[in-house]
Design a protein around this ligand. Structure first.
Ligand code: NAG
Ligand code: NAG
Ligand code: NAG
Ligand code: NAG
Length: 355
């Protein structure tokens, strides 16, 4: 073997060893191997939050709910725990990362083979604080995650190669306004929701997750629950202003967190406000015919999508769920989430996740 070949095989060997070690890769630059931080996509997704991302954790007995007809009608074809007729944001974020949608925490024992995609700890109805829901708040959801790490279900290296998505979609605010009623205390309360969110983000980072994405608040004044009194014609600007205040505080807090972190893009905010708005303002370019009117509605004010009384359905489903942005009074349809996802892909925030 001449010395040139020997050198080559040594280089190949170290190339293999370095590649096996994970985080580095070699590139041949002007005839010399150089080590580079490997440009790889995440291996796992961990999800925390509420019904915008829950894929099956809420109880099957909740009535009406994500486990009852007509939820899941479009995907997977029957009720399966998603608060939509089909896919929700989690499914699209997973797709973006090239992963399968992570298994709901509730099924971790049944779906051992699926643990490799990460896990979804989100429960519908919950907030960063306790709400009207009996489901575990975000602090408890992170406790579940911490417990699995202690049990070595996920290793340090798994966590380093993973992304967390944190959804805070306003259940804290819904609960606050029902309990309190006054708008006066709202700005201060928004401050405490954001600061509890920041506490949660930092906790997830300290557990070892490399990238942590948090959803900004969507335009809460545009969901059908807010627009019903305007016959689904226009958004409630009071609620939208509160959502913008939440987002301003969240953006400031996340900018500060990144300045304090070794990697200045550890924390990422995805702008659900602008992505919802741009679809709602230009529905037809997104194949949406009904921007504000929900596809599934209760018959009369006392019933919801999914209500049943004496074996009679007390709700109606629109003819074409694929052209409605909203599925029920609070949640986008699969078509709605898909359109939002298309917008998000064009924004820079998501691109930072494929590192
Ligand atoms: C979360 O829930 C637990 C159990 O109900 C409660 O003790 C805790 O105070 C809650 N955390 C927050 C931040 O509200
Ligand atoms: C309701 O808001 C008022 C005004 O800020 C505040 O003083 C009060 O403590 C709040 N009540 C509850 C139950 O949060
Ligand atoms: C938005 O809804 C709230 C609660 O129903 C109401 O008090 C407020 O006046 C509405 N805002 C606007 C701009 O209509
Ligand atoms: C983050 O750090 C990189 C490289 O160190 C730098 O180029 C970039 O401008 C920084 N971004 C911000 C928002 O500070």
């Amino acid at each position: 073997m001449d010395s040139h070949n020997q050198l080559f095989s040594l280089s190949s060997l170290s190339l293999v060893l370095l590649l096996l070690s994970g985080h580095m890769e070699l590139q041949l630059v002007e005839g010399r191997w150089q080590r580079h931080e490997k440009n790889y996509s995440p291996k796992m997704l961990f999800v925390f939050g509420d019904s915008y991302v829950d894929t099956g954790n809420t109880r099957m007995t909740d009535q009406p709910g994500s486990w009852k007809n007509p939820y899941g009608l479009t995907f997977p074809g029957k009720p399966a725990g998603r608060f939509s007729n089909g896919r929700v944001l989690t499914d699209y974020i997973a797709e973006y990362l090239g992963l399968k949608s992570p298994a709901p925490y509730k099924f971790r024992k049944l779906m051992q083979q699926k643990l490799e995609n990460g896990m979804n700890f989100a429960y519908g109805g919950t907030g960063v604080f306790d709400t009207f829901s009996q489901n575990p708040n975000m602090t408890i959801q992170i406790d579940f995650f911490n417990q699995l790490i202690k049990e070595n279900v996920y290793t340090t290296s798994d966590l380093y190669d993973s992304v967390a998505y944190v959804s805070v979609s306003g259940n804290d605010y819904a609960f606050y306004s029902i309990r309190n009623g006054s708008f006066e205390g709202f700005p201060a309360f928004i401050g405490s929701v954001v600061s509890q969110t920041v506490t949660n983000l930092v906790r997830i980072q300290r557990l070892g997750v490399r990238k942590i994405v948090v959803g900004g608040l969507h335009p809460t004044g545009c969901v059908p629950a807010s627009t019903a009194s305007y016959s689904y014609q226009q958004c409630n600007s009071t609620f939208n202003d509160l959502a913008l205040l939440h987002n301003n505080l969240l953006n400031q807090a996340v900018t500060k967190l990144n300045r304090q972190s070794k990697d200045n893009s550890t924390f990422v905010v995805v702008d659900l406000y602008d992505s919802f708005m741009s679809v709602l303002n230009h529905p037809s370019t997104n194949n949406i015919k009904e921007p504000f009117k929900p596809c599934c509605v209760g018959v009369g004010r006392e019933y919801n999508c999914g209500s049943v009384e004496n074996n009679v359905n007390k709700y109606t489903v629109c003819e074409s769920p694929t052209s409605a942005f909203f599925w029920d009074l609070l949640h986008p349809s699969q078509a709605g989430w898909h359109a939002v996802y298309n917008k998000l892909q064009k924004m820079s925030a998501l691109r930072q996740l494929r590192y």
